[in-house]
Design a protein around this ligand. Structure first.
Ligand SMILES: Nc1ncnc2c1ncn2[C@@H]1O[C@H](COP(=O)(O)OP(=O)(O)O)[C@@H](O)[C@H]1O
Ligand SMILES: [Mg+2]
Length: 354
């Protein structure tokens, strides 16, 4: 059931279209991520949801309640929406306890008890409560910001690139901790980020945004393996895109005849593999290529190669570093899973094949 519904939201700043007819539905209790490059309109969308700005047109409904209808809008403090910003935006002159307490409405229980419970919930040590934010690490500051936002018991939590200032290790552990915490608290969460790996791992529903528009939305696996366009494919990760001829559920391409995910399509189209779908083998009796370069990157190596009979640019595959290949080697290809076919104007759809 739809919990948050964003309907045809538009916002211009002068000549810039920050949001262009944005529509999105989010179910209760889920985790959604919006991923897009810098300047694509992510923060603008969250500002509209939090109530810090109003659109020129469109509607927002949260849990059956109309929050925004064109330019008329419910004020931020009456929305049951929490927001955590990139830098945490803590009050530097207040202690951690005071920062968390700032979010508390007039509760019947004592503030002290509520603050202790919230800090425990986000995994902050009680000894930190008397410190000021400058005596905390970036990850701890983000937990304080989250505790402050949770104090209002929001129905919807908005996270605006909250992990981007943290370094890699801390980033994924903080992300996982916060995801689990919000899930168990039953708070519907919307994360915006420019980091596609973060979006794909955090959320059960992902939307791609560019230039104020939602380009595609769906489950992470669906977007990663079945992107609508080559641009979305490459935004979400490395992709090997090859021209092919489709027929009877297969594509004929430089890597040979491969199974595709659109069994009813026929004609010319581009197809896509993720680099990890293609393994190198010693069997060169089928599709084969020549290694140009091997870049060691720890667990995996990036192997650049030409595909025999393919005039396009070299392809780059990720291979376990344990396999040994060197520039000049002739190798064969083994393909796992199906290739994704992009819709093209000249692709015909036939009746379902048996
Ligand atoms: N208050 C504002 N005044 C003018 N332009 C703005 C304002 N807020 C955002 N923009 C513009 O709207 C676009 C989207 O910005 P933003 O929502 O911050 O993107 P993101 O968060 O995806 O990086 C950008 O081109 C930005 O410069
Ligand atoms: Mg932003």
């Amino acid at each position: 059931m739809t919990f948050l519904s964003i309907d045809a939201l538009s916002k211009r700043y002068g000549s810039v279209s920050a949001l262009d007819d944005v529509s999105l539905c989010i179910g209760a209790g889920g985790r959604t991520a919006i991923v897009g490059p810098s300047g694509s309109g992510k923060t603008t969308l969250l500002r509209m949801l939090a109530g810090f700005d109003v659109p020129q047109s469109g509607r927002i409904m949260l849990d059956g309640r109309l929050l925004v209808d064109g330019t008329s809008a419910v004020p931020p403090h009456l929305r049951d929406v929490g927001l955590v910003m990139q830098d945490g935006a803590l009050f530097p002159h207040l202690t951690v306890a005071e920062n968390i307490g700032f979010g508390l409405p007039g509760h019947t229980r004592s503030q002290v008890e509520a603050i202790a419970e919230l800090s425990d919930m986000v995994g902050l040590n009680p000894s930190m409560l008397s410190r000021t934010p400058d005596a905390l690490s970036g990850g701890q500051q983000q937990r304080v910001a989250l505790a402050r936002a949770l104090a209002r018991r929001p129905k919807l939590m908005l996270l605006d690139e909250p992990f981007s200032a943290l370094d890699t290790g801390l980033r994924s552990s903080t992300r996982m901790a916060i995801a689990n915490l919000l899930q168990s608290a039953g708070v519907t969460t919307l994360l915006v980020t420019h980091d596609q790996a973060e979006a794909l791992s955090f959320a059960d529903h992902v939307a791609i945004m560019d230039s104020g528009k939602i380009l595609q939305a769906g489950p992470p696996r669906e977007l990663y393996f079945r992107p609508k366009t080559a641009m979305i494919a490459t935004f979400l990760g490395d992709a090997i895109i090859l021209p092919a001829v489709l027929s009877h559920g297969r594509a004929n391409c430089a890597l040979g005849s491969v199974e595709i995910d659109e069994p009813r399509w026929s004609g010319w189209a581009d197809i896509m593999f993720r680099p990890e779908q293609i393994a190198l083998t010693g069997d060169t009796s089928g599709a084969r290529g020549k290694v140009l370069d091997v870049e060691f990157a720890g667990a995996v190596s990036n192997v650049t190669l030409t595909v025999t009979g393919h005039s396009g640019p070299p392809i780059v595959l990720r291979q376990p570093s344990s396999i040994s290949v060197a520039p000049g080697d002739e190798i064969g290809f083994a393909i796992a899973g199906r290739a994704h076919a992009f819709a093209a104007a000249n692709v015909a759809e036939s009746a379902a094949q048996d």
